[in-house]
Design a protein around this ligand. Structure first.
Ligand code: 5GP
Length: 194
């Protein structure tokens, strides 16, 4: 998605060879029109799949799952990271190791909101090591729902996430795929070769 790649070039801060900060339009302040356009793009990519639910993890996937849910005219569900006292019913859960926070946490979804009648699109902001998305894939499999695929806003293609998801047979669509980066320089997979 060219519009997204341009924003990353203009506003992305490359904190190291592996960490990109996009807080001005995606991860802290959110450009609402861009988020809606991202949702429409996921909607187009998965239009033929009869999706019944979009799934993500709190917090940074929520605005994109909501935008995709609006585009596909279906609800979205977000996995919770801490078991809230209000989550009293049976849950599906998976443990996820966070790349950015360097900690392991549990994600849970109420069994009321996901089941064998669902066809699911998983959406998240970043695909890095794939741990978060693999946790969600495991939850979808446990629920008996069908997985249509995964939609990521930004993929760091030099990390292992895409490969691990594809090994599990998961269809992955990322809107901006970063081939390599270093402070002051970023290359996308679809950049023309020099
Ligand atoms: P993964 O499980 O694929 O390693 O990454 C999970 C989460 O870590 C992503 O959903 C995202 O919130 C965060 N993350 C991973 N890499 C980056 C990065 O380079 N920049 C930012 N802002 N977040 C990242």
């Amino acid at each position: 998605m060219k519009l997204l790649e341009e924003r990353i070039r203009q506003e992305g801060l490359i904190l190291s060879a592996a960490v990109l900060k996009v807080d001005s339009f995606l991860n802290h302040q959110v450009d609402t029109q861009l988020a809606l356009e991202i949702g429409r793009e996921f909607g187009r990519l998965f239009a033929d799949q009869r999706i019944t639910k979009v799934l993500t993890i709190e917090a940074s996937g929520i605005q994109f799952a909501m935008a995709a849910g609006i585009a596909l005219n279906v609800p979205f569900v977000y996995a919770k990271k801490k078991k809230a006292v209000t989550l009293t019913e049976q849950v599906y859960s998976a443990s996820v190791h966070s790349f950015t926070r360097q900690e392991t946490y549990q994600v849970s979804i109420s069994q009321q909101y996901l089941g064998p009648d669902d066809k699911v699109l998983i959406v998240d902001d970043f695909l890095a090591t794939g741990a978060a998305l693999i946790g969600l894939v495991d939850i979808v499999n446990e629920s008996g729902a069908e997985l249509a695929g995964v939609g990521c806003v930004i993929e760091k293609s030099f990390q292992e996430g895409r490969g691990l998801l594809e090994q599990k047979g998961v269809r992955v669509h990322s809107l901006a795929r970063i081939a390599s980066m270093s402070p002051g320089e970023i290359h996308f997979v679809d950049d023309p070769s020099p």
